[in-house]
Design a protein around this ligand. Structure first.
Ligand SMILES: Cc1ncc(COP(=O)(O)O)c(C=O)c1O
Length: 445
């Protein structure tokens, strides 16, 4: 769907082209604009979630079906935001919806173990090789906080090694030098996929390093896959000095039926989960080696106390179980990730064919477009991109009927099929053709 035909401006510069796209977007979305302005009376900037904000104003969505969403101005979009990977099942999976309706009718907030959490825990242990025991919580952020705190308590050490530009939650954000809201842990930093950097930081902090936290593919950091050798090195070094290795698989567990650690055959000591594993409801979990996790057994001496009113809420427990065991079959997982590999390859081919300096990084169903020259192994070169380029792509793809993230990340969902892939690719190719003059030249993979 083209909301308005795009006619390239003659002799325009990038500022003019972006302003023109934003003006067409504003013109097409009066109700979203009005709602956004009104929302600011109670929400700072009209917003309660940083990634959902973009200029000139974010679309307000009113509904979703399959892999499509609808906004309050009446436009329908093919959705590749996929709720920042949590929307893996799409917006209306009938099996999950039936489960949710059933459990709501049976009564919510029971205040005791229910019949769902142990069953779901067993399914997670069965699915992910590194998880022998699991605890549930309410978000990926909370899962990482619990995993890090557990590592510090068990090792009796203080420091945490994280990777520059990594993201592990609202209070564990290491992009652009970190956030003033971060947890006050003593963090030390290394460069992703850089063997020398990680070796030196781990060795020089060996006595006081409690844990290394790493995503096996940097998601928020730009969809940079970790080299398998690099992950193996981090596994060896942490074992050597007695620090715990924590894989944050909040996003990446969707990249393989057994999680990305399962695909690589590398087991961390602890790992975190989140997003789609709530089946559409809020979710977090951390788990790993039984000897570590068994400290959470309330009957054990020196047990760690871990509360959380909604840890075992029946909506997440029941919908998550149905999704993981009935909907995300091995075949469904493989097909979704294969489709993502094909889309990424097609987009890179299109960038090459148009000789545009850009690269789509990622793996399987998760990828990120960057207007920089490849190859890219660490996040530092991504900072060199002109932010106006990805902003232009974002608005232009919205105007073409594709709901994409402002930072260029795309996440496929199960209902996103071949027709949607072809439609998205055609729109992307049209974007490149239309704006060729303004995009940087010089493709290199
Ligand atoms: C890798 C990673 N870890 C943790 C989180 C935090 O999860 P949540 O938003 O559920 O707190 C995110 C969220 O995007 C994430 O991408």
């Amino acid at each position: 769907m083209l909301i308005e035909t795009v006619v390239p401006l003659r002799n325009a510069n990038l500022d003019d082209v972006l302003a023109d796209a934003r003006q067409r977007f504003t013109h097409a979305n009066p109700k979203s604009k009005q709602r956004h302005l009104a929302a600011a009376a109670a929400l700072p900037g009209g917003n309660t979630r940083a990634v959902m904000w973009y200029p000139p104003f974010p679309l307000t969505l009113s509904g979703g079906e399959g892999c499509r969403v609808t906004d309050i101005d009446g436009h329908t979009y093919v959705d590749l935001v996929s709720e920042y990977t949590a929307g893996l099942y799409g917006h209306s999976d009938p099996t999950i919806a039936a489960t949710l309706i059933k459990v709501i009718q049976q009564g919510v907030l029971l205040g005791s173990p229910n019949q769902y959490e142990a069953r779901y825990a067993a399914a997670i242990v069965d699915r992910f090789p590194a998880i022998e025991r699991v605890r549930f919580c309410n978000s990926g952020t909370e899962a990482n906080i619990m995993a890090l705190s557990t590592a510090r308590a068990i090792t009796g050490r203080r420091k945490i090694l994280a990777f520059r530009e990594g993201y592990h939650g609202g209070v564990l954000t290491f992009a652009h030098g970190g956030s003033p809201l971060n947890l006050p842990f003593p963090f030390v930093f290394a460069d992703y996929n850089d063997a020398e950097s990680v070796t030196s930081v781990i060795r020089s902090n060996a006595d006081d390093l409690a844990a290394v936290i790493i995503e096996p593919m940097m998601g928020g950091g730009g969809c940079i896959p970790a080299l398998k050798d690099f992950l193996e090195l981090v596994r060896e070094l942490t074992a050597e000095i007695g620090a715990l290795l924590i894989f944050d698989e909040v996003m990446t567990s969707r990249l393989h039926f057994r999680g990305l650690h399962g695909a690589h055959g590398i087991n961390p000591d602890l790992m975190s989960l989140g997003k789609y594993l709530g089946g559409g409801a809020s979710f977090g979990a951390f788990g790993g080696r039984a000897d570590l996790m068994d400290r959470f057994d309330p009957a054990s001496p020196n047990a760690f106390s871990h509360g959380g009113t909604f840890n075992n809420n029946i909506l997440s427990m029941a919908a998550g179980f149905t999704g993981l065991t009935e909907v995300l079959t091995e075949t469904a997982s493989r097909e979704m990730n294969d489709r993502g590999d094909r889309l990424r390859a097609a987009m890179n081919n299109a960038l090459e064919a148009h000789d545009v300096e850009g690269i789509v990084l990622g793996r399987g169903s998760l990828m990120n477009l960057h207007f920089v020259r490849g190859p890219v192994l660490t996040p530092a070169p991504l900072d060199g991109a002109d932010p106006r380029l990805i902003a232009l792509y974002h608005v232009e793809m919205l105007l073409r009927g594709f709901h994409v993230t402002p930072r260029g990340m795309l996440a496929l969902s199960l209902p996103f099929g071949e027709a949607e892939l072809e439609g998205f690719f055609a729109a992307f190719d049209d974007f490149l053709t239309t704006h060729k003059q303004i995009l940087p030249r010089g493709f290199a993979a």
